[in-house]
Design a binder for this molecule. Sequence first.
Ligand SMILES: Nc1ncnc2c1ncn2[C@@H]1O[C@H](COP(=O)(O)OP(=O)(O)OP(=O)(O)O)[C@@H](O)[C@H]1O
Ligand SMILES: [Mg+2]
Length: 418
Amino acid sequence: MRAMPHVVFIAPHFLQNTNRYVKAFAELPDVTLSVVSEDPEEAIPAALRARVAGHYRVPSSSDGEALTVAVRAISRGVGPVDRLAGALEELQLPMAQVRDALDLEGIRSDVAKSFRNKDRMKAVLRAHGVPVARSALARSPQELLTFVSQVGLPVIVKPQAGLGARSTYRVTSRGDLDALARKGVVPTAQRPLQIEEFVRARERTCETVTIKGEAVWRSGTRYEPSPLEVLETPWKQYCVILPREEADPELARFHAVNGAALAAMFGAAGSTAAGTALTHMEWFVREDGTALVNEVGVRPPGVQIMTLMSLAHETDFWADWAELVALDRFTPRPRRWAAGAAFFRGQGGGDRIVSVEGLDAAIEAVGDALVEVRTPKVGQPRASSYEGEGIATVRAATTADVERALLTLIRGVQVRYG
Ligand SMILES: Nc1ncnc2c1ncn2[C@@H]1O[C@H](COP(=O)(O)OP(=O)(O)OP(=O)(O)O)[C@@H](O)[C@H]1O
Ligand SMILES: [Mg+2]
């Protein structure tokens, strides 16, 4: 890589969250930054515009061919491109297609497909001895029934390339299967469905920084309760917790599995720039302590985990990620805090928030631990994702203090729809 690498960042729309990434790359002194977006060039935040060397607008940023045209144009106009980066899950495969077409460093489509496709991911992991739930790709109702007769109920049915736990169903009876069929959730050759043995366990994440395949840093969070429960109970408020203990024994026991899983996923490409990444792994820990990998994304984590990692380590993880993917550089920082996020969700019918209660009292009770609140507002429409209608982030010296603060928030705050 040259001394001043040229990075192209894919920012579909210049929204608040995306702009944090654009800013992070723009502030790297040793990088030439270009941006591809669906939004027009004028939408680049004014404060960053001077740092953007090249821009190209595409009709769709998840279209690999359109991205290839864009990156080719940028390399003609600004200079050869060294790295392609994008934070969203749906960009990973199209970006890999650009790298294939233009022979760029980084993840190519064979590896990207394994990260994107849940069936292929499980096959790769299983082939390398990484523990995962039994699973199959059903291409017909018959294949679904065959799987159910082999592993028994309950099972999980989900899309092959899922996102945000959308269209994920727990099937506990034949009646559930019939109900799904009535909803049109039926596997076909054109639209196969991922089916998995239902894992009864707690859910955790493991965020790993690798440089050319070598793990240089890890951190993990707990989902309380599990995303499935959150999905099944739309009114349930929930938390993500990043514990204070860097040597959290549960996570420490998982390190070897995480390492083996990442080695399997990156394959031979792992020792190249393709293996320089921040990965977000979701995993299950069962009552007996055994762990299973659920899935892994080769991108920054969602559900506020970037914020929590920043708070706990007194750093800006957006900047750290930009430095990592642009320059293969990462400076691990000691953990000084536990951190957590509480997600507020409305109760009742209706599609607008009609009341928010208990917020002021909860904020007062949480005191200094509170970092930020995105308050649910009366009149606001029902949220479309399980992130809910409002979020509070907290930070404290101990994990127990963070847990207490989060409980105070989710017990104290009541959001109602009407
Ligand atoms: N085999 C399984 N056993 C038990 N629960 C499961 C299983 N597979 C998925 N789930 C539940 O469904 C949730 C969503 O599944 P998964 O993570 O595979 O989909 P996703 O759409 O990629 O989700 P996200 O984008 O939110 O991470 C999981 O977090 C978990 O709660
Ligand atoms: Mg998931």
